[in-house]
Design a protein around this ligand. Structure first.
Ligand code: HEM
Length: 529
């Protein structure tokens, strides 16, 4: 055994940097497996090799079913103590917001949605913007996107939507026809399609994009009174989006540009910042509005529901280990703290089941024990066992009797917490139904958004839509033109004209079909008949 230079630490290595296996055994030969003679067969007792290769075989966990490609960073949130002119306590008792200057550590993961873990970061796709606040009351996750609205308004449709947007199960290639087939058949997608096909569908990087909670939540104050609330992150770096051509040029050279941009900025001390705003509405149905406040395909007009600043976020530390911190991070819409609550937004309700369900599968039953997901306050739970459990929560804190892993108990164990304010107890009455909401205008706000775009943004939107739609069946094109016409006269006319022009070009350039006829004169269905 080598001389002990460990200052009391048990070691039998020459140096601190001696390579070991996971059992702590020094590895004396990391180049060759053990064989009978230097070109003979290997043996089954090759423990070091088998350990090395079998761990390697398990290096991946399933990637996220959506939002697989991402980048993360640590930082802090600093509260203003106010919501616009008012003390924030008027609306919420959540502790992290109350005191001006109060800082709460955060971890943020940005992502793109549809493609896999190493897909280019230049693709036309919404971007994820998920923030984990490690508050004194436990964790709060605000799982948002860069855009402020979404494609659908009912969680029941989410798996179908994602199937249509992801690669074709037969060819494994993403296909505009499948994308627009779903969108044309689900007209509520039209507002989001208008954003995604404009330059807003390709943010230049993660630092220069907005974020939004998208779904409607509630804030609850100490009197147990609730308001409806929407969250928005505004980048202090400004907003920058890319044209299709600019994105293609970047992609030709670099398909990690957004991860690189975030990482380098933080390494250089150029810390990105966002301001957090909320929009607030009284907690009722708002029959005076022409949209439902629980409909996530709609924007809340800023002039009626002003943006109230409530704090800012600074990202100032890169992860030490991508897998441990970014890949294994787990965000969910159910992760709220006292003073924050759910609304009846049907998407939010569906999402809230989905996140922790997928994370128990993707990361494992004890995913909340991993340092990146674990609350930064003491966790006292009677949960037991499960794969890879290593924290023994009931041995900590004031629990004097570690045998009591149940509650209630006279003998010891953890006790229920006191309610910190008046409980919020909304009353719900009605028949259980499967129905869509009443106020379902799908195109009015899409028209308003179109008219808000600058000319170059409109040009890009039309050119991108025509490019992808011209690959689609005539019936799908017709339906999309109908939606655009109903949104805005100019939008509909230009889409119609663009598709006609693209159709003519296609016919001009088309070669005779397999039967020797010019089958592209007809729609695909007709051609097959
Ligand atoms: C990730 C489900 C709608 C934002 C995910 C994941 C699932 C999921 C299963 C993977 C989570 C993981 O593996 O850790 C759903 C369902 C939805 C829905 C069922 C609708 C019913 C939305 C909406 C937004 C959104 C509307 C935008 C506000 C995100 C983000 C992530 C994500 C940002 C990535 C989180 C991360 O970085 O780990 N979603 N989602 N999702 N979703 Fe959703």
């Amino acid at each position: 055994m080598a001389e002990d230079k460990s200052n009391g630490k048990p070691t039998n290595y020459e140096n601190d940097d001696t390579l070991t296996n996971r059992q702590g055994h020094p590895v004396t030969n990391n180049q060759s497996i053990r064989t009978v003679g230097n070109r003979g067969p290997s043996t089954l007792e090759n423990y070091d090799f088998i350990e090395k290769i079998s761990h390697f075989d398990r290096e991946r966990v399933p990637e996220r079913v959506v939002h697989a490609r991402g980048a993360g960073a640590h930082g802090y949130f600093e509260a203003y103590g106010t919501a616009g002119e008012e003390p924030v306590s008027k609306y919420t008792r959540a502790k992290l917001f109350q005191e001006k200057g109060k800082r709460t550590p955060v971890f943020v993961r940005f992502s793109s949605v549809i493609h896999g873990g190493h897909s280019p970061e230049t693709l036309r796709d919404p971007r994820g913007f998920a923030v984990k606040f490690y508050t004194e009351d436990g964790n709060w996750d605000l799982v948002g996107n860069n855009l402020k609205i979404f494609f659908i308004r009912d969680a029941m449709k989410f798996p179908d939507m994602i199937h249509a947007f992801k690669p074709d199960p037969k060819t494994n290639i993403q296909d505009s026809q499948r994308f627009f087939d779903f969108c044309a058949s689900s007209p509520e997608t039209f507002h989001m399609v208008t954003f995604v096909y404009s330059p807003w569908g390709i943010p230049a990087n993660y630092r220069q994009m907005q974020g939004s909670g998208v779904n409607t939540y509630k804030w609850v104050n100490s009197e147990g009174k609730a308001v409806l609330v929407k969250y928005h992150w505004e980048p202090k770096q400004g907003i920058k989006n890319l044209t299709q051509k600019e994105a293609e040029e970047i992609q030709a050279n670099n398909f990690n540009h957004a991860t690189e941009d975030l990482y380098e900025a933080i390494e250089q001390g150029n810390y990105p910042e966002w301001e957090l705003y909320v929009q607030v509405m009284s907690d009722d149905e708002h029959p005076e509005l022409d949209f439902d406040p629980l409909d996530d395909t709609k924007l809340w007009p800023e002039d009626q529901f002003p943006w109230l600043p409530v704090g800012k976020m600074v990202l100032n530390k890169n992860p030490e280990d991508y897998f441990a911190e970014v890949e294994q991070s787990a965000f969910g819409t159910g992760v709220l703290v006292d003073g924050l609550d759910f609304s009846d937004d049907k998407m939010l309700q569906g999402r809230t089941f989905s996140y922790s369900d997928t994370q128990r599968y993707r990361v494992g039953a004890n995913y909340l024990q991993l340092p990146i997901n674990r609350a930064k306050k003491q966790v006292n739970t009677n949960q037991e066992g499960g794969n890879m459990r290593y924290e023994v929560d009931r041995h900590v804190g004031d629990n004097k009797n570690p045998s009591i892993n149940y509650e209630p108990s006279i003998l010891g164990g953890f006790k229920e917490a006191e309610q910190s304010g008046k409980e919020y107890t909304p009353e719900v009455k009605g028949k259980l139904v499967r129905e869509t909401i009443d106020r379902d205008d799908n195109t009015k706000q899409a028209g308003e958004t179109f008219r808000m775009f600058e000319d170059w943004e409109k040009d890009e939107l039309l050119s991108n839509l025509v490019g992808d739609l011209s690959e689609c069946d005539q019936l799908i094109q017709n339906k999309m033109v109908e939606l655009a016409e109903s949104a805005d006269e100019e939008y509909g006319r230009r889409l119609h004209e663009g598709l006609e022009e693209a159709g003519k070009m296609k016919r001009k350039n088309s070669k005779p079909g397999p039967l020797g006829n010019e089958d592209s004169e007809k729609g695909p269905q007709e051609a097959m008949d």
